[in-house]
Ligand binder design. Structure first.
Ligand code: NOJ
Length: 467
């Protein structure tokens, strides 16, 4: 692997920080939604707000070269008037300085889903004003950290955020409204372009990208019907983010289908121009699984996601009316308790496809596997299943790099066990176990020691599959 390859791990502010009402942080839409509905929340999360020094020390001892984390907008901007919170600014200076002191490259995301509630109250992502609010927030962050941070991402997983909040309804604001889903998606991509524009205007020394929940599409057979379904699925899962952010073009066949049923008049000519002119430097791909696609057969749209783990194993279902269906019971595959297919070859195929299509640098910004794990034992968790999973996926990345793809970094999700949104704390992804009942004690798992060797050997300790 190239010697500058960034081996790291990743987290997100709401999922790991805690300290939800400390340091001048105002509520995010997640705080309000989870509190109001009496759901398991991230009030304390993994207490990273207080333990970031210990966490960064563990990263260093674990051989990591980079740390991907997000800045919490509600810590930085206090109200809709744009008042800056100096304590919030200082907190991320502390985190970034601690990284730099330990030789760890900060890889910063501006938005990993924790929208300030005062903006949600004004309509959130379905109102045009949100774009300028986001750009102003980005300006404050660029000004504060531009001399310390090289790698910036605007958004984490726009598709997941928008679809879950506005269409599936399992995330706040909990709606099922296709028109709003389209508006939210569009304004997020417009805000992405306007932020890239600002980044260039401010001459921030560094690179800016976007992070996407990548689901490379494959089909059940080679028929024409399947190919058409695959194209629609690719638009649904990937192209509206990747084509838009990287090529500056929203897929026109998708717009034309949507235009038959929905009101797209909110998309202005000058918006298309901004999107065309302001494209990203790199792309972050979060890879968990591919999407295996078959043609649409019948029935209404169903987007059923398993947020309950083993209790609901096998209940996931995705049918997009007139577009495609997703297969969740491929007899040749295994699935996690949360119905995620384990399919490392999809990562190789996905990187190659993305690189051939877009030709820009790629970072694998998330990859990992969740298990139910009992952390409070005396001994550390011996997570051989995770080691096997990570080995196969890193092998796929090494193969893609050998075949010419410009892949420059890899981040395991997640650094430590964290709050997994609607899946709560028991869906554990961490290389470092967290004892949530005992002062959030950190307990590195076997995978942490295994990954240390991978980072330190620059990938040479990966067991390679035969070609
Ligand atoms: C994607 C998201 O970025 C992250 O917040 C989430 O917890 C993981 N994937 C795991 O589902």
């Amino acid at each position: 692997m190239n010697e500058n390859f960034l081996w790291g791990t990743a987290t997100a502010s709401y999922q790991c920080e805690g300290g939800w009402n400390e340091g001048g942080r105002v509520p995010s839409l997640w705080d309000v939604y989870l509190h109001e509905n009496n759901l398991e929340n991230g009030d304390d999360a993994s207490d990273h707000y207080h333990k970031y020094k210990e966490d960064i020390r563990l990263m260093k001892e674990g051989g990591h070269k980079a740390y991907r984390f997000s800045i919490a907008w509600p810590r930085i901007i206090k109200n809709k008037e744009g008042e800056v919170n100096p304590e919030g600014i200082q907190f991320y200076h502390n985190v970034i300085d601690e990284c730099l002191k330990n030789g760890i490259e900060p890889f910063v995301t501006l938005f990993h889903w924790d929208l300030p509630q005062y903006l949600e109250d004004r309509g959130g992502w379905i109102e045009r004003d949100i774009c300028s609010a986001f750009v102003e927030y980005a300006r404050v962050c660029f000004e504060a950290y531009k001399d310390k941070v090289t790698f910036w991402s605007t958004f984490n997983e726009p598709r997941y955020y928008v679809f879950s909040g506005y269409k599936i309804g399992n995330y706040p604001p909990g709606l099922d409204d296709t028109q709003k889903t389209i508006q939210g998606s569009f304004y997020m991509m417009l805000a992405n372009a306007l932020t890239v524009k600002l980044f260039r205007e401010m001459k921030v020394p560094g690179q800016i990208g976007i992070v996407h929940s990548y689901a490379p599409v494959s089909g059940v057979d080679n028929s024409l019907e399947t190919k058409i379904a695959m194209r629609k699925a690719d638009n649904f899962f990937n192209n509206w983010i990747l084509d838009t952010a990287i090529k500056g073009e929203i897929p026109i066949d998708m717009l034309s289908i949507l235009n038959e049923k929905y009101d797209l008049s909110f998309m202005k000519e000058e918006d298309f121009e901004e999107i065309k002119q302001n494209t990203v430097d790199f792309v972050g791909l979060n890879y968990y699984a591919r999407a295996l696609i078959k043609p649409y057969t019948s029935g209404e749209t169903i987007l059923r996601i398993n947020n309950k783990g083993k209790e609901a194993k096998g209940t996931s279902k995705v049918v997009v009316k007139d577009w495609f269906e997703q297969v969740f019971d491929n007899p040749d595959s295994t699935y996690t308790e949360w119905d995620t297919e384990i399919y490392p070859q999809g990562l190789y195929q996905g990187i190659m496809q993305a690189y051939r299509k877009y030709g820009i640098p790629i970072y694998i910004t998330e990859n990992g596997i969740a298990f139910y794990e009992d952390v409070p034992n005396e001994e550390s968790v011996d997570d051989q299943g995770r080691i096997h999973f990570l080995n196969e996926h890193i092998d796929a990345i090494l193969r893609a790099a050998e075949d010419g793809a410009d892949v420059r970094g890899y981040f395991v999700w997640s650094t430590m066990d964290i709050y997994s949104w609607k899946n709560g704390h028991e869906k554990r992804y961490g290389l470092i176990g967290v004892d949530f009942d005992n002062n959030f004690e950190r307990k590195p798992k076997s995978s942490y020691y295994w990954y240390k060797r991978v980072c330190e050997s620059n990938g040479a300790t990966i067991e390679r599959s035969k070609r």
